[in-house]
Design a protein around this ligand. Structure first.
Ligand SMILES: [Zn+2]
Length: 370
């Protein structure tokens, strides 16, 4: 039907540069398509908060039938290197020419949202209202979504088109994620003349790290040390060491336990060596988990089968705009979009997957009619 237009849209989007913070070219393109399809389009004030050249894009496709509202979400930015993308299509698979990422993450999501809205607007089958949210600066840490006003996202279900893996995957659980920046403070002294007058912050940091449980702690929980920096010279007992790290869990109570354990270990290691540690924790995002019998999960699985796909319920250890939207109170599902090897120059997507994703999105909206 309009597979060719979908492919053209995808190619157009790939060729517009959109590194994080410079999404305006893509935003203008999406705005034009959505307006032509009959949507009202507006932008929020996130450009200023985030320091980007455009805000988050909101569009509403008016309903032609009563029913529940679907929110379709994708992000407009790509990770570097993503400028001057040369798309190559061979045997139905799109890749870049090799110098850049492809940008399938998340232009697959954008193309599927735009095409699904066009098809809904064109066909005579009545459909309920559809909201579109295209965010800026997802890649640097969900910055665009975090700048959304508290009441910005409303709807009965939100589909975030932003997971890798074959279409039909439905992410129903994502972790709560904390990061920390710790500064161990010891006392400098001459390492050869008076080491007993010093207290090594590097030793405190090392003892703390070696006492921590790291890696996969259980099936739902992980912890990691990301960086260690400190000291000045071989002949100086190091007065300061900076350590960064994180923990995540699908279980909101477990992540708090792990966070407290990491904090206690750092404090213990510091005080045992006669120093102290300042730890600043950041809750990067809050997890979500929809049970298998949640109406949105049941409906999404039915829509998969309507679109000729076998649904697979998944959990992830990563975050997406879905974490922020779920915290706004909208039941959220993150859909696998067929993209592979994202964030690297080998990134690819089978074009037929984008068509499947578009059909799935339209099938969810159809099921939302009463
Ligand atoms: Zn993405």
């Amino acid at each position: 039907m309009s597979d060719e237009r979908l492919l053209t849209t995808f190619l157009d989007l790939l060729r517009i540069d959109s590194p994080s913070g410079r999404e305006k070219g893509v935003a203008d393109y999406c705005e034009a398509v959505l307006r032509a399809a009959g949507c009202e389009v507006r932008f929020d004030g996130a450009a200023e908060t985030v320091g980007a050249d455009t805000g988050n894009l909101f569009a509403v496709l008016p309903g032609t039938a009563s029913g529940r509202t679907t929110v379709l979400c994708a992000h407009m930015d790509c990770v570097q290197p993503c400028e001057g993308v040369e798309p190559l299509l061979a045997d139905g698979v799109m890749t870049s020419a090799g110098e850049t990422v492809l940008g399938a993450d998340d232009k697959v999501g954008l193309a599927a949202v735009l095409e699904a809205v066009r098809r809904l607007a064109e066909v005579d089958d009545p459909h309920p209202e559809v909201h579109v949210l295209l965010t800026i600066s997802e890649e640097p840490g969900l910055t665009g979504a975090k700048a959304l006003a508290p009441d910005a996202v409303t709807g009965d279900v939100c589909l975030v088109l932003d997971a890798d893996g074959p279409v039909g995957g439905i992410v129903v659980a994502s972790p709560t994620h904390y990061t920390f920046a710790a500064t161990f403070l010891g006392k400098a002294a001459h390492a050869g003349v008076a080491p007993e007058k010093g207290s090594s912050a590097l030793v405190m940091a090392a003892r703390a790290i070696s006492a921590m449980r790291l890696g996969r702690l259980d099936v739902e929980t992980t912890a990691n040390i990301g960086s260690v920096q400190g000291g000045t010279a071989t002949n100086v007992v190091a007065a300061r060491a900076n350590v960064t790290g994180e923990c995540r869990s699908l279980d909101p109570e477990r992540v708090e336990e792990v966070r407290q354990a990491m904090q206690a270990i750092m404090e213990q290691a510091a005080s045992a060596a006669g120093g102290r540690v300042d730890v600043a924790w950041t809750r990067e995002y809050t997890g979500f988990r929809l049970p298998e019998d949640h109406p949105a999960v049941v409906l999404a699985q039915q829509a998969c089968r309507d679109a000729g796909l076998e649904p697979r319920l998944l959990s992830t250890g990563g975050g997406s705009d879905g974490n922020i939207i779920a915290a706004h109170g909208v039941p959220t599902l993150v859909l696998s979009c067929g993209m592979k090897d994202v964030h690297g120059v080998d990134e690819s997507v089978e074009v037929a997957e984008i068509e499947r994703l578009t059909r799935l999105v339209a099938a969810v909206v159809a099921r939302m009619a009463e």
